[in-house]
Ligand binder design. Structure first.
Ligand SMILES: Cc1ncc(COP(=O)(O)O)c(C=O)c1O
Ligand SMILES: N[C@@H](CCCC[NH3+])C(=O)O
Length: 440
């Protein structure tokens, strides 16, 4: 159980003081429910961890790829966060939400000219330049417009984070960033410093996601400083900002043991301060980009149980009214989740079942061994926990399933922040063949 989740006397699961059975009745299922008090608490713990380091300047940029909607971006803005966006769509959402442009940082390994133009028009805070072609294109665009832009360079420090290989990003063989050890990063620093319109503010690295140890951050920072030392003296490059990315691990199941956020922040800041002292450099402003660790545990997906299939001696499948279309993570990363029977949460959960989705795909299994009450049956409500990160944001329309609604709950109030898609929404952009003259 997470955040404000409780079990009521009626045996129902409550979130933010609201009965999830009522939420399902009112908004339908599948339904993404976000405990906003828990998101705020997560933001506060990042801020508190930094405030201990009184001499330091810092920014916490929410990585909106984890969950981007107008309401979420507003919440991040209200709490003084900066914002990491990674596409024109995320940037558009941020601007429409009224997020202060100067606190937006634009990422991505293949930003189009149109996306860069959007960023320049909006005068965002920084572009995190990922590769040589982007450096060149952005420089030319700024020159044509007579505009300046602050940039960071994304560095690939050659560090392998201990996580699923699909979500590692700091190792040498990755599509992201300028590699440190083969001279790419040094050349990028040189080119950026020569540009008249790009102001090289600092460096960025992101070693991966769902990380449980501080060691990867420490190694990445040390690797960057071993070069910074040379670049400062050789090229007179003074790093004003070091952005160490996101990736802080969360507790999806009882086998995950995430570190308190303060442990990560202390390790990051202490290492930076130590390296600066060692090389007689001034301490840069420290930026981080948490996504999952702000929204992950705050999200719960409610499903209604439908059909079941018991294969004696093998397993019992129980199917819900969603699946890989609203949560691709089990199929994509073999991610594990836990669930509660939300309308009978007080009954002993001693039956092991496999929770399947409704997509036409054998791999559409949400949880392999979920524990549910013996009497679990069609019509019951299942709450899959910790689905707040990369669930809604990676949702698809596979099998023409409309995307679920999203509600924020807090202090007994529920606010719909994304309406459920309708079948009409699904065909909204389709152009029927009869509009083509070639049809016989
Ligand atoms: C550049 C960058 N920053 C931040 C994040 C956020 O990561 P997480 O959601 O694990 O905190 C990601 C995603 O892995 C990323 O690619
Ligand atoms: N989408 C991934 C993480 C990668 C995110 C961005 N680099 C997940 O669900 O775990």
């Amino acid at each position: 159980m997470y955040g404000t989740q409780t079990i009521g006397k009626d045996g129902h699961l409550y979130i933010g003081g609201i009965d999830t059975v009522r939420l399902a009745e009112e908004f339908g299922t599948p339904l993404y429910v976000y405990d906003t008090a828990l998101m705020k608490q997560k933001i506060r713990s990042f801020k508190e961890a930094f405030s201990k380091h009184t001499a330091l300047s810092w920014q916490i940029a929410y990585a909106s790829k984890a969950f981007s909607t107008l309401a979420m971006i507003q919440l991040a803005g209200d709490f003084g966060l900066s914002l990491d966006v990674v596409s024109g769509g995320e940037l558009y959402t941020a601007l429409k939400a009224g997020f202060p442009a100067e606190r937006i940082h634009f990422h991505g390994n293949n930003k189009s000219k149109d996306e860069l133009a959007m960023a320049l028009d909006a005068k965002i805070g920084a572009v995190i330049v990922d590769n040589f072609s982007e450096l060149n294109v952005l420089d030319q665009m700024c020159a044509e417009r007579g505009q300046n832009m602050e940039i960071l360079l994304r560095i690939t420090p050659g560090v392998e984070a201990h996580t699923h290989e699909f979500i590692m990003t700091g190792h040498d063989d990755t599509k992201f960033g300028f590699n440190l050890d083969n001279g790419m990063a040094e050349r990028a620093v040189l080119l950026a410093l020569r540009s008249e319109h790009l102001a090289l503010k600092g460096l960025h690295c992101h070693i991966g996601s769902q990380i449980f140890e501080t060691e990867g951050f420490v190694r990445a920072i040390r690797a960057i400083f071993s070069h910074m030392n040379v670049w400062t003296r050789k090229m007179n490059f003074h790093m004003k900002v070091l952005n160490v990315g996101g990736g802080f691990g969360i507790k999806y199941t009882g086998s995950d043991h995430p570190l308190p956020i303060g442990r990560f922040i202390d390790a990051i800041v202490d290492t930076i301060e130590d390296e600066c002292a060692r090389h007689s450099l001034s301490v840069p402003e420290v930026w981080i980009e948490p996504g999952r660790s702000i929204v992950g545990e705050a999200g719960t997906t409610l499903y209604t149980l439908g059909s079941s299939k018991d294969i004696p001696g093998i397993r019992k499948y129980i199917a819900v009214d969603g699946g890989m279309a609203d949560n691709i993570r089990p199929a994509l990363y073999q991610a594990n989740y836990e669930a509660i029977c939300a309308n009978r949460a007080n009954e002993p959960a001693d039956q092991s079942v496999t929770i399947a989705g409704k997509c036409c795909e054998t791999g559409d299994v949400l949880i392999k061994d979920a524990l549910v009450p013996e009497s679990f049956k069609s019509g019951d409500l299942l709450a899959v926990l910790c689905t707040g990160a990369y669930g809604y944001s990676m949702a698809s329309h596979y099998n023409r399933l409309p995307n679920p609604a999203v509600v924020f709950v807090e202090d007994g109030e529920a606010s719909i922040v994304v309406r459920r898609e309708t079948y009409e929404d699904l065909i909204r952009h389709d152009v029927p063949l009869k509009t083509f003259s070639s049809r016989e």
